[in-house]
Design a protein around this ligand. Sequence first.
Ligand code: FES
Length: 498
Amino acid sequence: METKILVHVNGEAVYVDKGVFLSEITLGEKPCGGNGKCGKCKVIATGKLSPLSETERHLLSSDERENHVRLACMTTVIGECEITDVYRTRDLQIATNTALPDFALAPSFERYGVAVDIGTTTLVAQLYDATGNRLAETARLNPQTLWGADVISRIEAAINGNDYALSASIREAVDDMLLTLSNSAGIEARLIDGVVITGNTAMLYLLVGESVEPLSHAPFEAKRLLHEEIPAAELSLSALSAHTPVYLPPCISAFVGADVVCGLMTLALSPGEAVLFADIGTNGEIALWDGTRLTVCSTAAGPAFEGVGISAGMRGESGAIDKVYIEGDALCVHTINGEKARGLCGSGLIDLLACLLDREILDESGFLEESPYAVADGISLTQKDVRMVQLAKSAIRAGIDTLLCRSGLTENRLTAIAIAGGFSRFMDVQNAVKIGLLPSSSATKATVLGNAALNGAALLLLNRSSRDGARHLSRCAQMADLSNDPTFKDLYMDYMLF
Ligand code: FES
């Protein structure tokens, strides 16, 4: 009997026969019946696969080919491989936060309302009733991942003629999530009479069909800052009645979007308090409330903490090493769902570097004494990986300290530090302090918010008047341009060290 081959589909292990087509494993539509004609059965696949066929060369753009996009009906499994099926409707294990801050219930809808966060990587949506009860929740990968993992590659893909396809894909995904939510709550989707959709500026521009071209070059102007209510039909959300209002919260700038405004809405920014908010992702968005003023900035941290660009890096899926700790003399790892270790996700990477610093296998300059360093069976950390983390953590930390410096504050004056971002929920704050990602007072002052953008969107859904607060926040925020800031440059060099 032939041995089965291990294939990971969206992090889930499945065993298949050699030679099966990816379309037999994935769940996406096959409009041409798998005949290599429509080019719709796209998946992201890496590993041991059949070589790119002529049909794929013809139907896939060079952007897509670079991003490991394949046509599922034209590609067969040769050996171990990994497939990202962005159309797979199985709910992902994505961190959502359960607790909303205290607020007065004054919904922006009469029967049912939905809050959606369009993340660059993941989409999350929640259905509420008018009493504020959460009835259902759903999450999936952002299908735009087919055009690239980060915002910049999506903007480039849009400029290269994929703008309509990018818009259509996000609209279809949101529409489908509305149906999934209503099905799981046992209600008619047409009874949903209010929706709030948040996201970063580029994601919302692609949703509404606004050109992202101005976001691609200096002076990086976002002319349309949203805070708009748009009828569902204009966004092709056919699950809803045509006139259902869809509210898009305000953005602050090209790189500080409505997701940050929503995150900030979940915090108490009172006079006299000094609050730091850091959303750690591919772009680190940082905001500082100094008691009277709000200053925000965005730093290009790179995708290291999302597991991208790290030799054994991966998203926080089954089999990802999410925790590393020392027990006695041994370096121990924990994986998501207890599966065999397949790679390192952001939280595991931070823990690992902290442990290696403790053991003096990694020095202050970032020199790794044993490179590659074996972490688990088949998983190693290289010197280049350490450099990637140094770049990411110094961008975020230098951004934090530059804002503090501009406000004339020291970290001791901060009353609270709020950390947002998908992977932050699993992050060990002490270890993040140890590697220099976060200021040392985070160990006592930091609160990890998880998906703060979604919580903020839910707040704007369940309390209509808080939209005025969001507008006010976005208007009074001052953008700090770090690109030519000498303080930022100096700090950036300093924080390259551990
Ligand atoms: S299903 Fe049409 S190309 Fe694959």
